[in-house]
Write a protein that binds this ligand. Structure first.
Ligand code: DOR
Ligand code: ZN
Length: 347
């Protein structure tokens, strides 16, 4: 029996669109299904100032396919030299929707990020004043801390103090991967939310490492034990307002993934909605998919939900999945969930 599900057009509240030839190649994959996306600023060089965000927005708009109805929501990359006035002006003009904090060294192009939280305190005060959310990559970078513990340690050593010093600041903990983060976010007030990626709803660390190392499953924060994946699925399908979709779709060309020192990132933009339908169906919670993909994120960012709709169709026989997309920067492997996929977005 074929099942049809009509949803408001989704928003991807955490997306890497890159630049140049890669932007040109990957943007249509998000614009096809998503109405809006919060665009990450970790380019080389990063998008630090309002002027840089204006220029990047123009490059994204120029790369959009004819007739695509897609709105990029821009972010600024927080540095210890960020000027609070520049941030406030960018927010007041509607140019930016959030500021992104990368602990220096935590992930792709994060070396210009924050080393000492005290040095960004004035910017954070200003953001609280003007109600501009802070998105953060929630992992410590302390060499002694095990990579599987870096998110949990961040909650205690960075986030708890940050909540105490800036209680009015709105915070989105991005791409959460642990049951500790789920519990922490639930325990906060309405200022705090978390994004959950498609791949962290599907992968545990065995998928990454058992039977051979799977470079296309390597992302940051790294996938954790199965009990953590289960906690993420429970959170995503719970209907709680504080959890919403941010795919963290993060394309790298295959040569940089299948490499002795492979880059972090899963490219899920093409099949995210189909995979989420699978995950929610497995939980018997298709009724909450729209809230996760199309309502709770918009609500947190104080945006009206999208009026346009998409249709997801479930077929009895599994559908062939795209292996790769071909960009002028090189081929990019599409995330393979490792199970048969019955859902697809149809016109
Ligand atoms: O897997 C990831 N890839 N995690 C991040 O935090 C950054 C992203 C990227 O930009 O490649
Ligand atoms: Zn990201």
């Amino acid at each position: 029996m074929t099942l049809r599900l009509i949803l408001r057009r989704p928003d991807d509240m955490h997306l890497h669109l890159r630049d140049g030839a890669m932007l040109q190649g990957v943007l249509p994959e998000s614009a096809r299904h998503f109405a809006r996306a919060l665009v990450m600023p970790n380019l080389v060089p990063p998008v630090v100032t309002a002027a840089q965000a204006t220029a990047y927005l123009a490059r994204i708009m120029a790369a959009l396919p004819e007739g695509a109805a897609f709105r990029p929501l821009m972010t600024l990359y927080l540095t210890e030299d960020t000027d609070p006035d520049d941030v406030a002006a960018a927010a007041a003009s509607g140019l930016v929707t959030a500021v992104k904090l990368y602990p220096a060294g935590a992930t792709t192009n994060s070396h210009g990020g924050v080393r000492d939280m005290a040095r960004v305190s004035a910017v954070l005060d200003r953001m609280a004043e003007i109600d501009l959310p802070l998105c953060l990559h929630g992992e410590v970078t302390t060499p002694e801390v095990d990579i599987f513990d870096r998110e949990a340690v961040f909650l205690d050593t960075v986030l708890d103090p940050l909540r105490r010093s800036h209680p009015a600041l709105r915070i989105v903990m991005e791409h959460i991967t642990t049951s500790q983060a789920v519990a922490w976010v639930r325990a906060q007030g309405p200022q705090v939310a978390a994004t959950i990626t498609t791949h962290h709803l599907i992968l545990n660390r065995n998928h990454l490492l058992v039977g051979g190392i799977r470079p296309h499953y390597y992302c940051l924060p790294v996938a954790k034990r199965e009990e953590h994946r289960a906690a993420l699925v429970a959170a995503a399908t719970s209907g709680e307002a504080c959890f919403f979709l941010g795919t963290d779709s993060a394309p790298h060309v295959d040569a940089l993934k299948e490499n002795a020192c492979g880059c972090a990132g899963c490219f899920t933009a093409p099949n995210t909605m189909a995979l989420l339908a699978h995950v929610f169906e497995n939980q018997g919670r298709l009724d909450r998919l729209e809230a996760f993909t199309s309502l709770q994120g918009a609500n947190y960012y104080r945006l009206a939900p999208n009026e346009a709709r998409i249709t997801l169709v479930r077929h009895d026989t599994p559908l062939a999945q795209p292996d790769q997309i071909f960009t002028e920067a090189g081929p990019v492997t599409v995330f393979n969930p490792g199970f048969p996929v019955h859902w697809q977005v149809e016109p």
